[in-house]
Design a protein. Structure first.
Length: 243
């Protein structure tokens, strides 16, 4: 397929998982390559733009090492997208290609409409509004964050904007790419999704983890809201601008 390449984020030592991906990619004519993931367990955090105290105040919890490594890995894909000046499919290395994938991708790339980011997978259900009906699938806009970043399509213009707003890492990657109030990009999705995951619980993911985090309640929620309000008043580029 022209004007698009696929980058599969994978830890260099994940040979068994990479073998599975090689089998999956035989289902498509897409040009692709592995991109070495940033191993969060081995990161030098003195070189990472991550302020643990500020994150805890404004987010309500700290990110794990794997979450930060995952974020940096996706940033490397965005840089590659800009460097190649072509659309990029970003994959994490636990995906399963569905039979509809090539048809969906071809129709998207040939369609006459403007897009920023297109989600090809999700971990949770979400209601949505239909943006465009392609017959065998629909382009939709989710009403809530369906979680996950196993597969999405991004273009060079949007990649630049995502990088501009990633000067500081302050939330999990999949939440950030849905964070329209922050970066101004509209994330659309495919119904039904043409990509699934090996393990929907993400219990076996090698590049990220998803800890069980309860929602902020009581004083913790009040404190977080107050700190976000202060950040909006004092920062030229607040992390959580009002919708």
């Amino acid at each position: 397929m022209e004007n698009v390449q696929a980058l599969v984020i994978s830890l260099e030592h994940s040979k068994v998982r990479q073998k599975k991906i090689e089998i999956e990619m035989q289902k498509t004519a897409l040009k692709w390559r592995f991109l070495n993931a940033c191993d969060g367990e081995r990161l030098d955090f003195s070189l990472v733009a991550y302020d643990a105290l500020k994150v805890r105040k404004l987010l309500g919890f700290e990110l794990t090492k794997k979450e930060i490594g995952c974020y940096l890995s996706h940033m490397n894909c965005w840089h590659a997208c800009i460097e190649a000046n072509e659309n990029v499919l970003v994959f994490e290395d636990d995906f399963v290609i569905q039979e509809s994938f090539d048809e969906v991708l071809q129709k998207l790339l040939l369609a006459d409409f403007s897009w920023d980011i297109i989600r090809l997978q999700a971990l949770a259900e979400s209601s949505f509004k239909v943006v465009q009906d392609f017959g065998s699938f629909r382009l939709v806009e989710n009403d809530s964050d369906p979680l996950g970043a196993t597969a999405y399509l991004v273009n060079p213009r949007s990649a630049r904007i995502l990088i501009q707003h990633s000067a500081e890492i302050f939330e999990p990657l999949d939440h950030f790419i849905e964070h329209k109030e922050k970066h101004g990009l509209r994330m659309l999705a495919i119904d039904p999704y043409p990509i699934k995951v090996f393990d929907p619980t993400r219990a076996t993911s090698t590049i990220t983890d998803r800890p069980e985090r309860g929602s902020a309640k009581g004083f913790r929620k009040i404190y977080r809201s107050w700190m976000r309000a202060v950040d909006r008043m004092t920062s030229k580029n607040p992390w959580f601008p009002k919708p």
